[in-house]
Design a protein around this ligand. Structure first.
Ligand code: 5GP
Length: 124
């Protein structure tokens, strides 16, 4: 899938629409999700043009990958999440219901998050 530079996160990166920024590094940006699904719901995105995890993991330079992975951890620490726990999730493609075609990792926290997927056992 070719990268579409009109997507909403590309527009946020260009400063065309606002976001509630929580963290920024050389290659990554984190901001609050506009429709939070948990008390804490932050999105971390690379500044580079990558459609999703598949594109990023195959094509991004190592410096951008290192920056992105470290940024996700830094955001979680900045938000005070490691003590009680948190979840990271990245939807890639149609089966995963990815709705914005720019790589993003969701960070969820601030409550007991329950089973990983709807219908999954809480004991697994
Ligand atoms: P996906 O379904 O692609 O994994 O997640 C896309 C996420 O982007 C959703 O959780 C949605 O609420 C969020 N989102 C969509 N448009 C905007 C926006 O304009 N600003 C912010 N901050 N989040 C957005």
């Amino acid at each position: 899938m070719a990268y579409d530079s009109s997507n909403i996160f590309a527009r946020i990166l260009r400063g065309e629409i606002p976001c509630k920024k929580v963290f920024e590094s050389a290659h990554s940006l984190a901001f609050h999700d506009i429709t939070p699904a948990a008390p804490v719901h932050v999105l971390v995105i690379p500044k580079g043009a990558y459609v999703n995890w598949n594109d990023f993991s195959a094509n991004a330079p190592e410096a951008e990958i290192v920056d992105f992975v470290r940024s996700i951890g830094a955001v979680a620490r900045q938000l005070g999440l490691p003590a009680s726990g948190y979840r990271t999730l990245s939807n890639a493609g149609s089966d995963a219901h990815q709705t914005v075609p720019h790589l993003h990792v969701h960070i969820f926290g601030g409550k007991k998050l329950g089973a990983m997927l709807p219908g999954a056992s809480e004991t697994q």
